[in-house]
Design a protein around this ligand. Structure first.
Ligand code: SAH
Ligand code: SF4
Ligand code: F3S
Length: 475
């Protein structure tokens, strides 16, 4: 975790260091074993599940223990410098294992592979395979090539690839919640952001393959899906036979109709693209969760312009008002960056006041980290001193802590429908679940015979800044 370790909720790198053993291993079933570790956003985690599926078809099994693996993969993130440093450090740990295990291969996947391409192989001598986010289908061939002692690289970006036909193997799954990618890439070109360069052009996935995947998840007992994309509100798919277009609002409705027992979430919405139609669809279906992640980035119109976010402070605040008007109990969270190029104290105050206006339930907060090749790196000077960025970030975090406390205090005394995700971290005698607003609620199991994946009515009795504490009212 970076200095954004100050953040009240950790966005990316949240599950860093976790590795997966997705299925029971039968020693005789697999020819080789792979280990995969993921960093970055939810889409990267879902991509690792796609990679696991591709490798599994080729007869590779997953292992949770990298020392046992024939292949080590690290699925990387480039969004901030710190994310890349974390990966580099991890690679030095893998080097030690590789030195004692001749023949073991190390592959770098994801956004850092795409950003650095074959330069990676010069910089990191232990790396054998470099694969960008659109080239995972070529992994079996690249592994074969690397096994002959050559370095293997494929960083081609695609305008079509959505891995629509691949059923991801659910890694480290709780069996209740799952991610489903509905699009890839991003065309937005926010000036600070490396994602359009690492993930390529935006493209939407075939609607039928999305519905088939979600239906299959539901039939296998999953109770919640999160539809993923860098910019889900610009989802757009045209059925070739009927010529009928499917917008994001229509997709949401189709997914919600699979079953009222299946919760639907989505991430991320760009404020410029979220339509009233989407908001009315959320309001119409009880199983579409009342929670919108609406990254603001900055509260200053001047900075927003430099960031190429295409909205003003006023426009954003009006959007927040509209959400609360159409979905009164909707929770809203944001991403916020402190210390972007030329940011003044006044700009910073504007950010704090937008936060207050929006009453965010939580936020993911970062200080600006210049990324090579982005528009901001080319056009503007990274001129806010690091200490100032960090101090402003600390003030943003302090503001968010205040807002999170207010938001949680308001929930005390209320009763929510909670989907049980598993045991609470602190004790097996407690369940942990979420309400529609995406807040974590912990409550004693008592004598009810409930299991994960069940819905239960929970009354909130108290709260901390991060968690609601409650009791079962009705099972
Ligand atoms: N597509 C999503 C999120 C992309 S990355 C969206 O548009 O909201 C997640 C978050 O990382 C961004 O919202 C932004 O707040 C942060 N981020 C991206 N680039 C950054 C940079 N160069 N420095 C600091 N934070 C950055
Ligand atoms: Fe990056 Fe902006 Fe695209 Fe989000 S919308 S991925 S911040 S360019
Ligand atoms: Fe990181 Fe790439 Fe996601 S840069 S945030 S892993 S799209």
């Amino acid at each position: 975790m970076e200095i954004t370790g100050l953040q009240s909720k950790i966005h990316d790198e949240a599950r860093q260091g976790e590795a997966y053993a997705p299925f029971a291993l039968d020693a005789n079933t697999y020819k080789k074993y792979f280990y995969i570790e993921s960093y970055g956003c939810q889409m990267n985690f879902n991509d690792s599940e796609i990679v696991a599926s591709i490798l599994n078809k080729e007869g590779f099994g997953a292992t949770k223990n990298f020392e046992e693996a024939d292949l080590i993969f690290i699925n990387t993130c480039s969004v901030r410098e710190k994310a890349e440093q974390t990966v580099r450090k991890r690679l030095t740990e893998f080097r030690k294992v590789k030195e004692s295990k001749p023949g073991m291969l190390v592959g770098v996947l994801g956004c850092m592979a795409e950003r650095l391409k074959s330069k990676f192989l010069e910089e990191e001598k232990l790396v054998d395979i470099v694969v960008g986010p659109d080239a995972y289908r070529s992994l079996p061939a690249l592994i074969e090539e690397a096994e002959t002692g050559q370095k293997a690289v494929n960083v081609l970006l695609s305008r079509e690839e959505t891995y629509a036909d691949i059923s991801p193997i659910r890694l480290d799954s709780n069996g209740v919640t799952a991610f489903v990618s509905i699009m890839r890439g991003c065309n937005n070109m926010c000036s600070f952001c490396v994602v359009p360069f690492t993930r390529g052009r935006e493209r939407s996935r075939d609607v039928d393959s999305i519905i088939a995947e979600v239906t299959d998840l539901y039939n296998r007992g999953f109770k919640e899906v999160t539809l993923l994309g860098q910019n889900v509100d610009s989802y757009y798919w045209v059925n070739e036979q009927t010529n009928e277009p499917v917008t994001f609002a229509m997709l949401l409705e189709k997914v919600a109709l699979i079953s009222p027992e299946l919760r639907v979430r989505f991430s991320t919405s760009h404020p410029k693209d979220i339509t009233d139609e989407v908001l009315y669809t959320i309001a119409k279906y009880e199983n579409i969760c009342n929670y919108i992640h609406l990254p603001v980035q900055s509260g200053s119109t001047r900075i927003l312009q430099l960031m190429n976010r295409t909205y003003t402070r006023e426009w954003y605040m009006a959007k927040v008002n509209r959400i609360k008007e159409i979905i009164p109990d909707c929770a809203i969270s944001a991403d916020i960056i402190s210390g972007f190029c030329t940011e003044t104290e006044e700009d910073h105050q504007d950010t704090l006041s937008v936060m207050e206006h929006s009453q965010y339930d939580f936020s993911y907060m970062f200080f600006y980290s210049e990324r090579p090749g982005t528009l901001a790196a080319k056009k503007y000077k990274d001129d806010v001193p690091l200490e100032t960025k960090k101090r402003r970030l600390a003030e943003i975090v302090e503001m968010q802590n205040k807002l999170s406390s207010i938001s949680n205090q308001k929930d005390v005394g209320k009763t929510f429908k909670v989907l049980i995700e598993g045991n609470s971290k602190k004790s097996d005698e407690y369940w942990m679940g979420r309400n529609s607003q995406n807040k974590v609620i912990v409550f004693p199991k008592e004598n009810y015979s409930l299991k994960k994946g069940d819905y239960v009515q929970v009354k909130v009795n108290s709260c901390t800044q991060a968690t609601l504490l409650g009791e079962i009212i009705e099972a």
